[in-house]
Structures are given as C-alpha cells and as structure tokens.
Design a protein around this ligand. Sequence first.
Ligand SMILES: *Cc1c(COP(=O)(O)O)cnc(C)c1O
Length: 409
Amino acid sequence: MENFNAANEIQDLQYFGEFGGVNPSISDSSTYTFLSAKTMFDTFEGNAEGCYLYSRHSSPMNLYLAQALAKMENTESANVTASGMGAITSVLMQVCKSGDHIISSRTIYGGTYAFLKNFMPQFNVETSFVDINNFESIENAITPNTKVIYCESVSNPLLEVADLRKLSEICKKHNLKLIVDNTFSPLSISPTVFGADVVIHSLTKFINGSSDTVGGVYCATQAFIDDTKNVNSGACMLLGPTMDSLRSSSILKNLRTLHIRIKQHSHNAMYLAERFEKDGLKISYPGLPSHKNHELMKSMIHEEYGYGGLLTLDAGTTEKANELMELMQAENLGYLAVSLGFYKTLFSCSGKSTSSEIPEEERASIGISDGLIRFSIGLDHDIKRTYHKMKECMLKVGVLNHHENISIS
Ligand SMILES: *Cc1c(COP(=O)(O)O)cnc(C)c1O
C-alpha cells in the first residue's frame, strides 16, 4: 500500500476522442438513441454494458472523470456530482435510513454540519458530534443504531487531522462505515490506505483548482456506487445532483496537473507558516511541529505532497482580521473570498463565513475564534516576496508589533 502512487495512476490513464483526439470527446447530449427497444430496456435496468440512456444516469465524460478519481483514491469505482454537498448528502442518505445514527467529527465543513444537525433529523437520523480524536468518547457514543463515523481527514477550518487508522479500527470492530471527506488533502492523504470505506471530495477546491465551477465525487466499492445509482432506490440517482459533461471534461483536464499544484501549495504554505510562527504570530499549520497533530499527519501523508495549502492565523478580533484581509487584498496578495485551491491566495474569516452555520458558543468551544483567518495559500512563484509583503500588512494593521519583531529581513 505504501507503494500506491495516485499521480502515476492518473498519468497512466488513456482516453482518446472520437476522432483520435488526445482528450476524450464530450458527449453533448442528455439522451441517447437505440436501434432496438430491448437494448433500451436493458440499459434502463443497468444491464447493457457500454450503452447510455439518459445523462442523469450516466454519461461518458462523467464516467471518465469518475474513473480517474477512483484511481486517485484507490477504490473500485466513483461517481461525480454537481457539488461536494451533492456527494456528501447522496452518500449519507444512501447509508442511513430512519432510526439510524451517525457519529461525526464536530469540526467539519459548515454545510455538512448544517445538513447533519438540521436536515437529517427531519428523516429521523440523528448525529452525535464528537472530538474526532477522543476515541473513548467515540466508543461511548456508539449505539446499536450507529451506521457511520464521518470525518474530514484534515478538518475545516481548524486543520485538525483525524487518525484514520484508529477510526477504521473502531469501525471494523462495530461494523460501521468510515466516510471521509478528503477535500483538504488530495494526493497527500489516501484514506482508503488506512481503511476508509467511502472517500468524498469537493472538486470545487484543489482538484479543479481554477475556482470556475463547483463539483463533487464519492469514491467507494463498485457495489456501493451501483446502489447509489440504482433507478429504484439510489440516493444520487433519485436526488439528481448530476454534473454536466462539459464541466466533467474541464475538471478532468485540471486533475492532470494536481500533483504539481499540490506540491507548490504545500511548499508555499510551509514557507509562510514557518516564518510567521517565528515572527510570533498565532499560526496553525499541520506541517509545523507545534501543531498538535503534526506527528499524526506526518505518519499519514505521502511526504512529497507535503502538509497542504491551508493555514490559519488568529488576528485577535474580527475587526483586526477584516482590516488585515482588506489591506492584503488591496496589496494584491490574494482575494477576500471563501473557498480554496485557487492559484491566488484566498482568505476569509471562518467564524463569519464558511463556519457561520456552527452556533457561536459551539464555535468558541471548538476553537474557531472570532479573529481566525483561514488562508488557502496560492501558487505564488516568489513566495519570499509574498512573505515580505504580507508581513508589512501585518505590521501596518498591528496584528504584528514592531517591538516583537526587530528584524524584518
Ligand atoms: C467546500 C467543501 C465542501 C462542500 O463542497 P461544495 O462543492 O461547495 O458543495 C465539503 N467539504 C469540505 C471540506 C469543503 O471544503
């Protein structure tokens, strides 16, 4: 398993276009014709290999992209969706029926949190939110109705790392499914290597990397993917978060450079994190030995891809955070925007944006402070230049004080 190399798997895929093109042809159709009515029926039932019926069911380009992502996550199969939330909700609604129970990390993407906390109880599916690395509290939360442990391999926005080996052990012992959102650490972490059953990504972020579309995927066994696409009972088939073929084509092309981009994002984030920490700023980055999950992450990553492009800075107050972000944007160091994985650095105040679904008291108790800025570090060619310009901004707004920091070298 240690030898599994996702970038090689993606590189080795060959898909040719209809006329010998080096890229596969986009099938620009929602529906497909048949010469025989019998084949149409068989296709509807999912029994006619290589035939397409209707593009919500499947389409050639979506299958290509899904196959490439299954290669990346080392699973038998995958299914692409119109958004990351489309993948998360389809998977959880497929796995859980009325009366079932989910155990979820309490530090997860705000949309996922809102779905589990507010939406699923309407269908009589309850969730216990836990500290994902407190294994005792996890075991205590397990009931006869528990079906799933849900977590993010690296969590949003606090960059907590889940111990997937240990979680998978607990899941095996209690016959639960381990479902992992790997959006923050594509290529760096391969959750299936540690025993994850389903791996989910928001393709919107690093995998597509150009902030021009939303998209999602879930990677799992062929049997599970088939269940979600079943015309009578499949959550994804029936809820219908279908990705468009034109988009799956553009995402597939971007996926091919993911390995290069991730290395640069990680390199740049590490460079800034190390220096800002030395300057005395409150930085959290799993690549720093001071991060509480540094050793754990080190034991799980494919080292060449590093610790990822996300870091957080506590600016103290929302006002200071806002002032700093506005100044950094004015200095063209990045954009005041949510999301991640873009070529430009993106920054946002988590408590006031992507984690605002989490109630204030809960945010405070898990450590999302009001002045917490999440940075998605870009692909900057000259990160030293960026560091100096960012530091000037921090001095200017007083997030960093001159006396604490004598040498601006
Ligand atoms: C963005 C994000 C999602 C949701 O994805 P969409 O594509 O916006 O639906 C889910 N999980 C994580 C960790 C994310 O960052």
